[in-house]
Design a protein around this ligand. Structure first.
Ligand code: 0A1
Ligand code: ZN
Length: 869
């Protein structure tokens, strides 16, 4: 098979062979590991050849029923091993050899800081042995690991440990057996020396589960939060989804070298150490939150992903969309629902809307894929979760859970499709989803256009609703989507209308291109609020006046809508100034007044206030336009920020002080997180003006900080706001933390986001920093990713040097870790939307990449999609 070709969903065929059992034996050595794979193979289509996947492998031997095959009996190339003549049923023994120390792609078996570990999703198992590496081939795995006892005291794999012992030459072994059938992508092996944090969890039915966290030596205490989060997740899944854990042991290993966040391997999760290790000195509140959410996510995969898995990789959202929905609900139930919802919506409006409007636009169930690693996207994950959330909104919790129960009942132990899920939901939740299915096959963000008419005589509010769909990458005519629109009606006195259900919101079901709804008993002068809670992943075309937005901000019963109206006020203030010369820029005083009220409102959750006074990100603002005026948007946003900071200066200072004081006394941990969020958002605004006072404020906070949230906020605002103290704080921070890679990531990211013109030079110098490593994805993402993804000002420097710089680094990473390179290329792919000479400067760099002789498949696909045929 040719490496750089596309695979199509429509071409799916069932596997030619089944593998029910596999026994693996690993003899681990850093530079030369030998793997013997013994599989029980059954032919499903009589007579066909057996075609196994394999990549970067040295084939040592191959035998069928213990008979070694002659070279003439098989053929091997870069991608496949083909055995032409096989019996209907046989034992296949393959011996392969590889060099894990050279595996910088971090897929398959590799070495992370001296420990062996694996990453097999999506197609990493084929880098270990030749196999039917596809998720619909499910086997029971027995794994024997042999390694040096001193260097690798812990030998881990999936399932339960069934044997272990010593061997000659200081070697030892362990044998693991996983009773649950699984696809190869859920296989894992870890060998190394760790500190071990142990606990246990008794499930609802009384199963005693050992919980074990393996972390770098000296870091045991930093795993306590992750452990507590895991126990919360286990309890929550029993209570809310009625799902219980199914093995006697659940292990989590934290490694420093990892391409993604974490991996849900059965019984043996492998985590990026960023999502395990935390203490207040070295991790921010948002790091703590991230750990809880990723720990939850991987745990929830045990049912939605592992026990019920995907038939093929086009179905990825079957497990990911659903599991993101589950982890979001977990975070919302154990923390603030509104804050979690807002965080999720910010990701949708900036990253996902951008992806859906760009060259990589794909439905949550893609139709074509060249490199699967490129499809672990915000569309598959986050829009996928929004699609599940719409189902939940349409049917309500009880019927949704009935649908879930039916899904589990029907498909446990199987590899299934998104259609199977929908089918189970239709049956269990009793709803017709034939039209809802369009969310799985059509890409792009729908715009919902709303026109209102109010009849004073009948008190009826008529809503004329139109779906505006963009062709984008879709083939054929587009069908209307089925989506819930949550509506609240706020009267002129600030009270919200109560509907027949007794609630202050109603869900209208949109399922036609053009539709009319009538809401009765609406008093005159009322304001209707659409898409409360972001009830569908759409853009809304309805122009509220600033007065209406201020009214919603002050009175909505829905915290999300209050935040959203504040964002819309700020957005309109920015948008209105884009085309104006600096001297002509203005903000309506009413907007400043509304925000002043927010800043001074003690009755609101401080975490929410923090989100309300935060300006929409440049990423979100760019998504409002088909053609992006980079200078105009940055200039207008800077202006609004400075005006806000100046106008609200006194109120901000007071609020900063109040938060600080309350933090000294409160012992409510959740409230303290909100107070810190507000205090630091406010600090960011106050210090927009650089002078000795604001610089001193940063210096003081940095010096007094008893936690990383406060210390790093002071540092990063010093850098982004160009404070006089920036250099001093950066040096201090570096001195303190230079031995802690995860904390140095923050330092690298702060510098990468610096607005100074010399930032590229600084970043280049840091490539030689002792804490930086090209092989470590976290370091690369922090330094280069923060520049290209978080520093629009310098990335889009007029002379194009930001584009050249990023491309230089992509060329280097193409050799080291193409998966990471392909993630970092995203900002360059938006070239068509960027107006003026920048557009061609960006395109030039994509062309430069295209001409590279050994461009990896990951980048080939993205470059081709960006440049078009
Ligand atoms: N399934 C994991 C994500 C993941 C995907 C691919 C990886 O390597 C290529 C690693 C992890 C999750 O959703 O958490
Ligand atoms: Zn996942």
């Amino acid at each position: 098979m040719n490496a750089n070709t596309k695979q199509y969903l429509k071409d799916y065929t069932t596997p030619s062979h089944q593998i029910d059992q596999i026994e693996l034996e690993f003899t681990l050595q850093e530079q030369q590991t030998t793997i013997t794979a013994n599989s029980k193979v059954v032919s499903l289509e009589k007579g066909g050849p057996l075609v196994l996947n394999g990549q970067d492998l040295e084939l040592v031997s191959i035998a069928i029923n213990q008979q070694v095959l002659a070279v003439s009996q098989y053929s091997v190339d870069d991608e496949e091993l083909v055995i032409t003549d096989v019996p209907d049923q046989f034992e296949l023994t393959i011996v392969t050899r590889l060099d894990p120390s050279k595996n910088t792609k971090l897929e398959g078996l590799y070495v992370s800081d001296g420990a062996f570990c694996t990453q097999c999703e999506a197609q990493g198992f084929r880098r270990i042995t030749f196999y039917l590496d596809r998720p619909d081939v499910m086997a029971t795995f027995t794994t024997k690991i042999v390694a040096d006892k001193t260097k690798f005291p812990y030998l881990l794999s999936n399932g339960n440990k069934v044997d272990s012992g010593d061997m000659p030459n200081n070697q030892h072994f362990a044998v693991w057996h996983d009773p649950h059938k699984k696809p190869a992508y859920l296989f894992a092996l870890v060998a190394g020396d760790f500190d071990l944090l142990k606990d246990n969890f008794v499930t609802r039915s009384g199963r005693d589960v050992a919980l074990e966290f393996f972390v770098d030596k000296g870091n045991k205490d930093k795993a306590n939060h992750a452990m507590a989060s895991l126990k919360r997740a286990m309890t929550w899944d029993e209570q809310r989804f009625n799902l219980e854990y199914d093995l006697d042991i659940y292990m989590v290993v934290a490694v420093d070298f990892f391409n993604m966040g974490a991996m849900e391997n059965k019984g043996l999760n492998v985590f990026n150490s960023k999502f395990v290790l935390a203490d207040v000195a070295s991790a921010t509140d948002s790091d703590f939150h991230g750990i809880e959410s990723v720990i939850g996510h991987e745990y929830f995969h045990n049912w939605t992903g592992n026990r019920i898995t995907c038939r093929d990789w086009f179905q990825l959202s079957l497990k990911e969309g659903l599991t993101v929905f589950r982890d979001q609900e977990f975070s919302a139930d154990v923390g603030s629902r509104a804050v979690n919802r807002i965080d999720a919506v910010k990701v949708m409006r900036s990253n996902q809307f951008a992806e859906d409007a760009g060259p990589m636009s794909h439905p949550i169930r893609p139709n074509e894929v060249m490199e699967m690693n490129n499809f672990y996207t915000v569309t598959v994950y986050n829009k996928g979760a929004e699609v599940i959330r719409m189902l939940h909104t349409l049917v309500g919790e009880q019927r949704f859970q009935a649908g879930m129960a039916n899904y589990v009942l029907r498909f446990d132990g199987q590899a299934v499709t998104c259609d199977d899920f929908i089918d189970a939901m239709e049956q269990g939740a009793e709803i017709d989803l034939s039209q809802f299915k369009n969310w799985y096959s059509q890409s792009g963000t729908p715009t919902i256009d709303i026109v209102q008419q109010y009849d004073v005589a009948t008190h009826q509010l008529t809503l004329k609703v139109n779906q505006l769909l963009e062709q984008g990458n879709n083939e054929g005519p587009l069908a209307p989507f089925h989506l819930p629109m949550m509506v609240e009606v706020i009267c002129s006195d600030g009270t919200s209308l109560t509907f027949a259900t007794g609630k202050t919101s109603v869900v209208l079901e949109i399922n036609e291109m053009a539709q009319t709804f009538i809401i009765d008993d609406v008093p005159s002068g009322a304001t209707a609020v659409f898409f409360g809670d972001f009830s569908a992943p759409v853009k809304m075309a309805y122009d509220y006046s600033d007065a209406q937005l201020s009214h919603i901000l002050a009175h909505s019963n829905n915290e999300f809508s209050r935040w959203d109206s504040a964002q819309q006020l700020l957005t309109s203030a920015i948008v209105n100034n884009i085309k104006l010369a600096a001297s002509e820029r203005r903000i309506a005083p009413s907007i400043l007044e509304s925000l002043q009220l927010v800043v001074t409102d003690d009755s609101l959750d401080p975490a929410l206030v923090a989100l309300m006074v935060e300006l929409p990100s440049l990423g979100t603002l760019f998504e409002l336009f088909d053609e992006v005026d980079v200078d105009g948007i940055i200039g207008a946003r800077d202006f609004v920020k400075l005006t806000l900071a100046t106008h609200l200066h006194q109120a901000l200072l007071v609020r900063y002080q109040h938060c600080d004081n309350e933090l000294l006394h409160t012992d409510d941990a959740a409230r303290a997180v909100g107070l810190r969020a507000l205090k630091n958002t406010v600090l960011g605004l106050i210090t927009v003006t650089e002078n000795s006072d604001t610089s001193q404020l940063l210096v003081d906070q940095f010096a007094r900080a008893t936690n990383m949230t406060d210390a790093f906020s002071a540092l990063s605002y010093a850098v982004v706001n160009n404070a006089l103290c920036a250099e001093a704080l950066l040096n201090d921070f570096e001195q303190t933390w230079s031995d802690n890679g995860l904390v140095m990531d923050k330092w690298f990211a702060a510098i990468g986001a610096s607005p100074q013109d010399c930032v590229i030079e600084k970043v280049k110098q840091l490539f030689n920093h002792k804490a930086f490593s090209w092989q470590n994805p976290n370091r690369v993402r922090s330094l280069i990713g923060s520049f290209s993804g978080n520093n629009q000002r310098q990335f889009h420097a007029e002379n194009g040097q930001g584009y050249v710089f990023l491309t230089d680094q992509l060329i280097a990473l193409n050799e080291i870790n193409p998966q990471i390179a392909a993630r970092l290329i995203t900002p360059l792919m938006a070239w068509r939307k960027i107006s003026g000479p920048r557009q061609l400067l960006m395109r030039d760099q994509l062309i430069r990449l295209q001409k590279l002789p050994n461009l990896a498949k990951d980048l080939v696909e993205k470059v081709e999609m960006s440049l078009g045929k």
